[in-house]
Design a protein around this ligand. Structure first.
Ligand code: SF4
Length: 421
């Protein structure tokens, strides 16, 4: 018997945000003895892990209702409904409705066509279980159709939250004591395209920071470099707003123009390099993270070489590497596939290069002063999202100044300078 709704969250920060919304709905409905599995469909591996977790949950909670939701359930509800362990399947929109958790709501499968959803309903959460930073959903879905990506089929088209809702949510989290808010969504650079006046990401962020002056730190999740390059408000904030963290995660995916074309990405190799050069000019020392896919269909050794070289040409610090994963229903799944052993080998090469790049970035921090958001015990993250171990423990969620003494492995060692609020 579990006393609290038990929520297993897979995938992205947007799912983490939505799990908090479901936790509130389940609690409000008095649903105690329930397991909710919030799945991800971005790779075949993510789905395998979710199904494994469902089977484990059934073993550990033989009588508890098991509700499966998230992108994998949205895209293929019948597959999850067919699992004997599963009690109900909810779609990505249905999971956010309070009525889906009320005692009378017992339809085995409640999954509507996500492409018909036009709005992002405002959901305000109080906090995030066991997390020092809070995520705020600003946008949902995606209007792009990158050839390898299944996400739009799980999340629908681009829909933005009104700025007022984002301000309210952020203010509520700051009042709850959060020092850092991460703006999240599926394609946050698409923010505002569906709203009156088409406010862009930069304009929204500028208004948010102006309306919540007590928010110490604002961080962005993945951005599309070619779509933010002409967002002058955002480039101005990067240049001059200390509260916007000097860390951008770029959705680059590959370093070869032909592969980027076959992926239906909106940027070329030179756009990525130029964006990093310009952002670094505006904000010296800024850290870039990036997503890179290894072994996309038709990728030759030479093309792959260009992805490897991009790490240094953009001077990336944090790499998220994905061996290409076939997603049925996507155009790339119908292209001539790169053998899986080659995908794995290239991913290993990218990860190794990524580790060297991270070490280069971390070494450059030695002797500098960082402001660290403490997560647990004496560990946390700097403004650049570098992991830091402090010389003395500090309360979770505290902001602490530290002089960076050295790097140990992939962690910076910081001497606590002054305990800030
Ligand atoms: S921008 Fe491309 S990769 Fe990102 S969610 Fe949209 S379709 Fe997927």
């Amino acid at each position: 018997m579990t006393s609290e709704p038990r929520i297993l969250t897979f995938g992205c920060r947007l799912n983490a945000f939505e799990s908090e919304v479901m936790r509130n709905h389940a609690r409000a409905a008095g649903l105690e003895d329930v397991v909710i599995v919030n799945t991800c469909a971005v790779t075949a591996e993510a789905e395998r892990q979710a199904r494994q977790a469902i089977r484990r949950a059934r073993r550990e909670h033989p009588n508890a209702p098991i509700i499966v939701t998230g992108c994998a359930a949205q895209i293929d509800p019948d597959r999850y409904a067919a699992m004997p362990e599963v009690s109900r399947v909810l779609g990505n929109e249905e999971k956010l409705r309070a009525e889906s958790f009320l005692p009378g709501a017992n339809a085995a499968v409640a999954v509507d066509d996500i492409m018909t959803v036009r709005e992002t309903a405002p959901h305000l959460v109080e906090g995030f279980e066991g997390r020092a930073r809070a995520f705020v959903q600003i946008q949902q879905g995606c209007d792009h159709r990158c050839t390898f990506c299944i996400i739009p089929y799980g999340r629908g088209n681009n829909r933005s939250a009104p700025i007022g809702t984002i301000v309210d949510q952020t203010r509520r989290l700051v009042e709850a004591g959060y020092k850092e808010v991460v703006l999240t969504g599926v394609d946050i650079t698409g923010y505002g395209a569906d709203l009156p006046g088409r406010p862009r990401l930069g304009q929204m962020a500028r208004r948010l920071l102006a309306q919540v002056p007590e928010l110490p730190r604002l961080r962005l999740t993945s951005v599309d470099c070619v779509e933010v390059a002409d967002d002058e408000d955002l480039m101005d904030l990067i240049a001059g707003e200390e509260r916007l963290m000097p860390h951008l995660h770029l959705s680059l995916q590959a370093g070869d123009d032909m592969i980027l074309k076959r992926m239906k990405r909106r940027h070329g190799r030179d756009d990525a390099i130029e964006f990093c050069r310009r952002a670094r000019e505006l904000r010296p020392g800024i850290a870039f993270g990036a997503d890179l896919i290894a072994g996309f269909p038709t990728e030759t050794d030479e093309m792959f070489r260009r992805s490897l070289d991009l790490i240094e040409e953009c001077d990336l610090a944090w790499l998220h590497v994905f061996p290409y994963s076939v997603r049925e229903g996507t155009p790339a799944a119908r292209m001539p596939q790169t053998p899986s052993a080659i995908r794995k080998e290239r991913a290993a090469q990218l990860r190794a290069a990524g580790e060297r790049a991270a070490q280069r970035f971390l070494d450059k921090q030695t002797g500098s002063e960082a402001r660290v958001l403490v997560e647990r015990d004496n560990r946390g993250y700097s403004e650049h999202f570098a992991p830091v171990r402090l010389s003395e423990p500090a309360p979770e969620g505290a902001l602490v100044n530290a002089r960076i003494e050295r790097r140990e492995g992939m962690t910076l060692i910081g001497e606590t300078v002054r305990r800030a609020a």
